[in-house]
Design a protein around this ligand. Structure first.
Ligand SMILES: Nc1ncnc2c1ncn2[C@@H]1O[C@H](COP(=O)(O)OP(=O)(O)OP(=O)(O)O)[C@@H](O)[C@H]1O
Ligand code: SF4
Ligand SMILES: [Mg+2]
Length: 325
């Protein structure tokens, strides 16, 4: 059963110089209980997609088009009042840099208990009981519920944020680099916890990470973003073993440790384009070793390679014969 269906999502940031085209024509689909990895270099638009899905964008950003359906319900046109009911209860987020996302003047437990009281209509007593149980779940001593964020270590704050994100058993959790600040042991525990919840409550997960091996271990599907667009999308194993897009191939080659073997990593030459002025044609053409003249002029179509595997590259398009010449 489909949990999330995103079609042609487009989000821009307004600056005085113009529009930053940080998310353009993004389409994704997630079944109940599935995990989707969202990968791509820094500034490719991953956080913009995440914040668009939960509609917590900065003031200078707006969703310019497209559709986000959660359990069939359209979120793009949902009013903020409606979103307040959906956030945390149906869809929640572990923010990038979550260590600083907690309110410094309220105890950590207070913040989680309040979420539970508002969304799950728990009594004060029930909310505190559940907060203690959540602390245990993320392996923080429940006797520390009355402490303030500054009394927690960085890793504890990150885990507290995770407790907050899973408090109301949401249908979908978005983890924006949820484990980046944690040491390897805690990182593994957190990923295991998220996996466990997927099984227990059929929670969907969108995992944003730079770590392709984590995606390989955790995610059923992967979406590869480049310069605000999805370059390739499909089942993780298939995309990682048979990448169809030159950017995905470059990203995999640049990652040192995708299958536990330490290969010689080669970095992708050049830099991603400035999204205030993205280049015409394929946004990857300036860095693509396989680019043809057409790539500088026309944007590639999204091609269905086989069952649920898609990529946007002229080389895969049978109708674009001149490009292959
Ligand atoms: N508030 C903002 N105003 C203007 N531009 C922004 C704003 N936030 C992000 N951007 C731009 O949008 C683009 C996408 O940024 P985003 O944060 O979504 O990338 P990311 O893939 O999450 O990167 P990272 O891996 O570094 O977290 C970048 O070009 C970034 O500079
Ligand atoms: S469309 Fe052209 S530039 Fe873009 S990835 Fe394919 S070959 Fe490279
Ligand atoms: Mg980000």
């Amino acid at each position: 059963m489909t949990l999330l269906e995103v079609n042609d999502l487009t989000t821009y940031y307004k600056l005085k110089e113009g529009r930053v085209r940080a998310c353009e024509g993004v389409s994704l689909r997630l079944e109940k209980g599935e995990a989707l990895g969202l990968v791509g270099e820094s500034a490719s638009g991953k956080t913009t997609v995440a914040l668009s899905l939960i509609k917590l964008l900065p003031e200078n950003a707006s969703i310019a088009g497209g559709s986000i359906k959660l359990d069939g319900k359209e979120l793009v046109t949902a009013a903020e009042e409606e979103m307040r009911k959906i956030r945390w209860k149906e869809i929640s987020i572990i923010f990038q840099g979550a260590m600083n996302a907690l309110n410094p003047v309220r105890t950590v437990g207070d913040q989680i208990a309040e979420t539970l009281k508002i969304h799950d209509k728990l009594t004060d007593r029930e909310a505190w009981q559940r907060t203690r149980a959540l602390f245990e779940k993320v392996e923080i001593d429940p006797d520390r519920v009355r402490e303030y964020p500054h009394e927690f270590s960085g890793g504890m704050r990150q885990r507290a944020m995770i407790a907050m994100a899973i408090a109301c058993n949401p249908r979908l959790v978005i983890g924006d680099e949820p484990t980046t600040a944690l040491d390897v042991m805690v990182q593994a525990q957190v990923l295991q916890l998220l996996q466990q919840l997927r099984e227990e409550i059929e929670m969907g997960l969108i995992l944003i990470t730079h770590d392709l091996s984590v995606v390989g271990e955790t995610c059923d599907k992967v979406a590869v973003m480049y310069a605000g667009q999805i370059a390739e999308y499909g089942p993780t194993e298939e995309v990682f073993t048979r990448p169809a897009h030159p950017y995905t191939r470059a990203l995999i080659a640049a990652f040192p440790d995708i299958e536990g073997e330490r290969a010689l990593a080669s970095s992708i030459p050049g830099n991603p384009p400035n999204l205030l002025y993205p280049p015409p044609g394929c946004r990857f053409h300036e860095r693509c070793s396989e680019a043809k003249p057409l790539c500088r002029e026309a944007q590639p179509r999204t091609i269905n390679i086989n069952n649920h595997h898609y990529a946007s590259c002229h080389l895969l398009d049978r109708q674009v014969k001149s490009c292959r010449a």
